[in-house]
Design a protein around this ligand. Structure first.
Ligand SMILES: [Zn+2]
Length: 282
């Protein structure tokens, strides 16, 4: 008999960037808050995504330990460093835990040195959690957690290429990675050239699973992990597209209009970078 599963969500605090251009209205230049999901059985547990600074890893390590379960696997939803760079240090703390991803995620992580050294280290000097990740390709039939199947679902392009999520049918939980955001400004720099439509197709796949709970890769920690986040992710995409199609706004005006339409969303810096990236490329 399969044991009954529960899930618990950890949101790592946003981390301040150094040496990057200022954000209007003095919003802090931070990396988005990052979500990890711990799925627990009677004695074992599986983690989906890790945060990425040394401090994050210390905090989430204590949090995982507080459940008193054996961590058997860490599933990584996609190869952006903020979702996996903490994995090697967590494996050191919880020996026996294996790192898994889809073939594309594994490829991206194994290639991660350039990402780490070219992008993360310069912006967050001395803070990035160290170590080489040795991920394995997730089995086709999924991971097993005490008789429950945890299935990788490929979602294609969302906020970047080749993303995925982890589906837990027994509790109708979908750990969505970056396919879903929850009250957090979305990274949209890659939404051109079909990226917008591709993201909607990914959300169709998520909706097709009919999850009861959806954990967003980036969220405001005070928000519930409800399936409504799927629709809110679509609304954000559609609004950004509408303003972009309308044209005629300066980057500052575009930014202010999005802030007005999505009040209180976490990390306006992500929005500013999207606006500058998209409008600047025209
Ligand atoms: Zn992300």
């Amino acid at each position: 008999m399969a044991s009954e599963l529960s899930f618990h969500v950890h949101v790592a605090e946003p981390t301040l960037e150094t040496g990057t251009p200022p954000v209007p209205h003095g919003y802090p230049a931070v990396a988005s808050p990052i979500t990890s999901t711990l799925i627990t059985g009677e004695s074992d547990a599986v983690l989906v995504d890790t945060p990425w600074t040394r401090e994050h890893v210390r905090v989430i390590g204590d949090w995982i330990a507080s459940f008193d379960k054996r961590l058997t696997a860490i599933y990584i939803t996609h190869s952006h460093g903020d979702h996996w760079m903490g994995a090697p240090a967590l494996v050191e703390r919880f020996p026996g835990a294996k790192i898994y991803g889809t073939p594309k995620t594994v490829e991206g992580i194994l290639d991660g040195k350039a990402q780490r050294e070219g992008f993360w280290e310069p912006r967050f000097p001395g803070q990035v959690s160290p170590g080489e990740a040795r991920p394995e390709i997730v089995p086709e039939e999924g991971l097993d957690l005490e008789g429950n199947v945890l299935k990788a679902v490929e979602l294609g392009h969302t906020d970047t290429d080749d993303t995925s999520g982890l589906w837990v049918p027994s509790i109708r939980l979908f750990a969505a990675g970056d396919a879903v955001y929850n009250h957090c400004h979305q990274y949209l720099n890659e939404y051109g050239d079909g990226g917008f439509e591709a993201w909607h197709r990914a959300l169709d796949i998520v909706e097709g699973l009919n999850p009861k709970y959806t954990v967003a890769g980036h969220k405001d920690k005070n928000q519930p992990d409800d399936a409504g986040a799927i629709e809110r992710t679509r609304a954000y995409l559609n609004t950004f597209r509408r303003l972009d199609d309308e044209g005629g706004r300066s980057p500052e005006e575009f930014f202010d209009e999005m802030l007005r339409l999505f009040p209180g969303y976490a990390n306006p810096k992500a929005l500013w970078r999207s606006v500058v990236g998209i409008l600047g490329s025209k």
